[in-house]
Ligand binder design. Structure first.
Ligand code: FNR
Length: 343
């Protein structure tokens, strides 16, 4: 089982890399930000700094859960941690189950803390994990928070995946009662609906990462691993596109929202923040940078990327994340149907 898990981690990296830039289904074309010709903000006056878990960060961007375990994953994690340090942004690791089963793999996760002792790091396990595993995962990174992932679509298509989901919410409640670091509930590319987010809020969850459809697609990755040809191709486009998921959950008050899933363009980030996301997260884009580019090249790319976020922000007339919330935008009819459902 452990060697299968190792092989799966390597497959995921290779197949996710192939997918990058392939689809553009995240739904942000449903939202138009209006140009503000009387803006008095120059892009160098835009500040994107904010706080995450009460710590200052330079940008509302999170390096999302990707990997850990094999040597390839260790190299990726170290590069990502260097990037997180230089950019002063938080970083999550991939599922730590592999290291809980075999302690040889722990360093692929714990190495990031040595790279960036003061960084904000987020542990990662399945939301079905037991409390003892959660404690160990947090301890492995001296993590500031833990992501508990929900991935029913991936599991059901995965040949060797889970088939049993009963007791999930009760388990999250149990972990929450025992744990003293914040919990982030995240999807892995199928999105979180208004109803599901509301249920999560009811059990005391304060932070979610919607990780919607439109970027890395795990049902398709699991299918590709086994060359599974579905009768219904809809199996590989199942999920709520990120912008639609965000439109749904942003109606919920007192919930911190991380918008992830297919986010890889500066304008989409500005749209997501203006729609009510508190942060955005990216996995595919950072995987591509860490795998295919040097740290210097990645930093040059991110400098350009952030400059363009600032240009779009300035062109709406906003000067920071909170003023972006108030800028004029037009929602197309399709996405409008997902909005305005006050609890
Ligand atoms: C992931 N993702 C992920 N998420 C998680 O909670 N635990 C995990 O172990 C992994 N593993 C993983 C491996 C690889 C190679 C990738 C690219 C991604 C999912 C990730 O955190 C994110 O939610 C989705 O990939 C959607 O975001 P992007 O990739 O479209 O930006």
């Amino acid at each position: 089982m452990q060697s299968l898990r190792l092989k799966r981690k390597i497959d995921h990296i290779a197949l996710a890399l192939k997918q990058q830039g392939q689809s553009y289904m995240s739904g942000f074309s449903q939202v138009d930000l209006l140009h503000n010709c009387i803006t008095e903000v120059g892009y160098n006056h835009v500040s994107l700094s904010t706080t995450f878990l009460n710590k200052n960060i330079s940008y509302p961007i999170i390096i999302n859960a990707i990997t850990g375990g094999p040597k390839l994953a260790t190299n990726i994690n170290i590069k990502l941690a260097q990037l997180a340090k230089e950019l002063s942004i938080p970083m999550a690791v991939g599922s730590q189950t592999i290291a809980l089963k075999d302690s040889n793999y722990k360093t692929s996760f714990s190495a990031i803390r040595r790279v960036n002792p003061k960084g904000i790091f987020i542990a990662n396990l399945s939301a079905k994990s037991n409390v003892e595993s959660v404690y160990q995962a947090v301890d492995m990174l001296k993590a500031d928070a833990i992501q508990l992932h929900l991935n029913p679509a991936q599991e059901m298509v995965m040949h060797e995946g889970d088939r049993e989901f009963s007791g999930l919410m009760e388990n999250i409640v149990h972990i929450k009662e025992k744990l003293d670091v914040p919990i982030i509930i995240k999807e892995v590319g199928c999105g979180i609906s208004y109803g599901a987010a509301l249920e999560l809020k009811k059990i005391g969850i304060k932070i979610i990462d919607i990780a919607g459809l439109g970027g890395t697609n795990f049902t398709s990755i699991e299918g590709m691993r086994k060359k599974y040809q579905p009768i219904d191709p809809g199996l590989y486009s199942w999920g709520i596109p990120t912008a639609y998921s965000l439109a749904q959950v942003s109606a919920i008050k007192d919930l911190t929202i991380i918008a992830g899933g297919g986010i890889n363009r500066p304008l989409d980030i500005v749209k997501a923040l203006s729609m009510g996301a508190d942060y955005v997260s990216m996995a595919g884009l950072f995987l591509n940078l860490s795998h295919n580019y040097t740290l210097k090249e990645s930093l040059e790319f991110m400098e350009k990327f952030i400059k363009e976020i600032k240009i779009f922000t300035a062109l709406t007339g906003a000067k920071d994340v909170s003023s972006l919330r108030k800028v004029s935008k037009i929602y197309k009819e399709d996405i409008k149907r997902h909005m305005n459902r006050e609890p």
